[in-house]
Design a protein. Structure first.
Length: 334
């Protein structure tokens, strides 16, 4: 009796998108938003609907004003309270729950960083819903793709929960534009929940090189380097010749050749640079899990049967103690 819509599927989709609303948790350090939370905003944009951002800590209003320019955000909620400075999940989680309830959000997105991984499962537990972790693709508003078994299988997760609490893999989505948006800025709810955990201190590894997680080039060393002295002599020099970040295998970290913060892999960092160059790394699946999405993979290994050659675009069979200094010298003289 009424005229049928010519594109019923599309109009249904449009209606659905109007009902979608995501709260994106904006992680920042010294006023700078980190890549993984901006990737979470991009993921939310791909899903559609309205997107609000949330920031908390001391002096966050100026950061909120800056975040208002991020393309795709309609509103920034900020909670001014130094209790949130250190990102302790014990007081962040109840604060987030209050803001999610007040805003009636259908989705909550955060980067799959140490902070996001620590925080969102607690939020999910408090709201009695299931957490969806480390997604690499948005299939629809309730269906997401994520790697499992160290990236050896891909799982499609469909969630019927509301809200959907989701962490987003930073290397799977671009950062999005930091300019072009004009979100409104509003104060969020602060329940001032007591925090049973006390922040004591932090030890940050400082480096002049690019940050491992977001670098466009990474040079990694493994157990084949034999000692910390050789690792320190060969790998940073090659990294500097390429303007690259330094990475390491777990065997290199466990042997004390490199700092824990440099570990790439299943239990380390996920990287997806334009170039991943590694020397003395065999290519165990747990290592591949952290770097196999790199655009170009190059390796140096003296064993032609090492599994790393199966994923490498460019491979050099040779002794790294000869080939790495040679390569560094040739790159340096260019
Ligand atoms: P090896 O496997 O010992 O390889 C050394 C390589 O160096 C060999 O291929 C050898 O041919 C080559 N080599 C030796 N000398 C030379 C030379 N002179 N010139 C050239 N090549 C040479 N590993 C990770 O890296 N990241 C992780 O996050 C991670 N998480 C894990 C989680 C779990 C639950 C488990 C069980 C394991 C995990 N591992 C991880 C460990 C992983 O299984 C491997 O043990 C590790 O990656 C091996 O490191 P490697 O390649 O440096 O050492």
């Amino acid at each position: 009796h009424t005229q049928a819509s010519p594109l019923p599927h599309l109009s249904r989709k449009a209606t659905l998108q109007r009902l979608l609303s995501t709260l994106a948790i904006l992680e920042q350090r010294e006023g700078k938003l980190n890549h993984s939370s901006l990737a979470a905003v991009t993921a939310a944009q791909r899903m559609g609907g309205t997107i609000h951002g949330l920031l908390a800590g001391s002096n966050v209003k100026p950061v909120a004003d800056e975040a208002a320019k991020v393309d795709g955000l309609e509103k920034i909620l900020y909670v001014e309270n130094s209790d949130y400075d250190k990102g302790l999940p014990e007081n962040w989680a109840p604060m987030l729950v209050e803001n999610v309830k007040k805003g009636g959000y259908t989705h909550v997105f955060a980067g799959h960083s140490a902070f996001g991984k620590n925080l969102l499962p607690r939020v999910a537990a408090l709201m009695d819903v299931q957490q969806v972790s480390d997604i690499t693709r948005i299939d629809s508003e309730d269906t997401f793709t994520r790697p499992i078994y160290a990236g050896n299988a891909v799982l499609t997760v469909q969630s019927s929960d509301t809200p959907k609490i989701v962490t987003v893999r930073g290397t799977a989505f671009p950062s999005g534009a930091a300019e072009g948006g004009s979100a409104s800025v509003e104060e969020g709810v602060d329940p001032k929940a007591p925090c049973p955990t006390e922040w004591v201190s932090e030890n940050l590894a400082k480096s002049d090189r690019p940050e491992l997680g977001t670098a466009t080039r990474v040079v990694s060393g493994g157990r084949g380097l034999k000692s910390k002295e050789e690792f320190d002599r060969l790998i940073p020099a090659l990294a500097d010749a390429l303007g690259a970040a330094v990475g390491a295998s777990r065997a290199a970290v466990d042997s004390g050749f490199a700092d824990n913060s440099l570990q790439v892999g299943q239990t380390g960092k996920n990287v997806a640079p334009q170039l991943y160059l590694c020397a003395g790394i065999s290519g165990a699946i747990q290592h591949l899990a952290g770097m196999k999405d790199s655009k170009v993979i190059a390796c140096i290994n003296k064993d032609a049967d090492a599994p790393i050659f199966q994923v490498a675009d460019v491979g050099l069979v040779g002794d790294l103690f000869e080939t790495v200094p040679e390569l560094t010298e040739k790159l340096g003289s260019q």
